[in-house]
Design a protein around this ligand. Sequence first.
Ligand code: NAD
Length: 494
Amino acid sequence: MVDDTTAQVAGVSVDLRHWIGGRRVASTGRFVDVSPIDETEIASLHAGGATEVDLAVQAAREAFPAWAALPVAERSAILRRVADGIEARVEDLAQVETRDNGSLLRSHRRGVMPRVAMNFRFFADYAEKELGHPDLDVRGHRERISYDPAGVVAIITPWNAPLMLASWRIGPALAAGNTVVLKPPEWAPLTASLLADIMHEAGVPAGVFNVVQGTGLEAGAPLTAHPGINRLAFTGSVPTAGRVAAAAAANIVPLSFELGGKSPLVVFADADLDLAVDLAVEQFDNAGQVCLGAFRILVQDTIADAFLERVIAKARNVRQGDPREEDTDVSAMVSRTHFERVSGFVERALADGARAVLGGGPNDDLGGLFFRPTILVDAPAGSEILTEEVFGPVLTVQTFSDEEQAVELANDTRFGLAATLVTGDRARAERVSHRLEAGTVWVNCFFVRDLGAPFGGNGKSGIGREGGIWSFDFYTDIKNTVFSPTGWMESAHG
Ligand code: NAD
């Protein structure tokens, strides 16, 4: 800690206050930020509440008319400078995020932070070059569809990929001409503060982007209930989403939800087994703290033993350890609370009759918050471990006999974020993918997605879709203006 307003985290100076109306704002309360790597305190942040939320929404409202009126090319140029700023600070962002939420440094450097920059660049380009429709001509009436900015967008994000998930919402919201109030996760709040610095340096006007730090109850809840917001984009868990939805209902604000999952990985006997094994083991990435993770492995019974043997053998070579080391594959749980939650799920599953064929508990060699990559078999049908989101490095394995049963098991969930299918048969791929109930279906691949494609969940996994035009559908007020051919003082064609 340098002083009460700044901390040095992984050698990077991070401001611990809010960013409101183009300046740093302090609070009297504090909340402590602990690193999952070694459970040490890395920062004590200023804890916002209703007062700071109100200031931020006011600042965003004041900044809105000028930002919305800026020609789209100018707004997009500023957002491209934000992307440049992120690219210039990839190393700082990666170091701080790793210290803060314990995800792998190498993934942050090579994949996640470049994608953060892309979230700004892509939507800036889209708003400038692709948003809009040719006018419709209906019996001589010209109908013009326009995407008007909606106003102030409240964005609330979780800790598992904090900057990536925030930028995925902030990019299109700002590109559409809205202003933003972000409430980052209290378990990983730091990169949001660095983003405020980058926005400022890139020339984003005061009040266009605001950050209120704080806990969900103290800062998140007043933001969701604030009468000055026009959109509410929430990424997080189902229980919290219920509370957020209640606030949005009272406020009559459109909302977009990206929530949890319990996605299947369906492996048919005709699959390329090397690929299927790789995809199964890939689910341990980010210690299983991935909303899209395919943690329910469903494998055809004729190959189940051979497949499982190979998955276990490969998973044994997964290296667990410090996320800052280049050869680490699996890191720690984000917090003591979450570690205990994951442990509880596995303990109850074992008590219910499941068997651990790999792992099954904390990694006592490493101590701290490290939970061993775990594979469970024989979990009773309908049991908690097969139905609830664990959000940890825990895979379950079930078998099926034919295509019908595979589809039935895959769809037997209240979630519907994603599904992954591994088969060597194209006709089967067409049939089964068509029947899988999920927002994203991957066939013989995983985690590949263009920013122009729709993303979102069915069932309890979310409400709405984002990406490409679907983001602008949410972040704008779409208007149809109908011009009559008559009533003009001069010739309609003149
Ligand atoms: P969470 O629901 O506990 O918290 C998410 C955010 O909501 C945090 O910023 C928190 O402070 C805030 N919050 C908490 N209570 C609030 C309230 N009453 N009002 C307003 N805000 C409140 O979720 P988490 O544990 O941070 O994240 C993990 C969850 O996020 C998992 O369920 C995961 O699947 C989900 N997730 C979904 C996606 C997706 O794109 N579908 C992506 C990442 C994570």
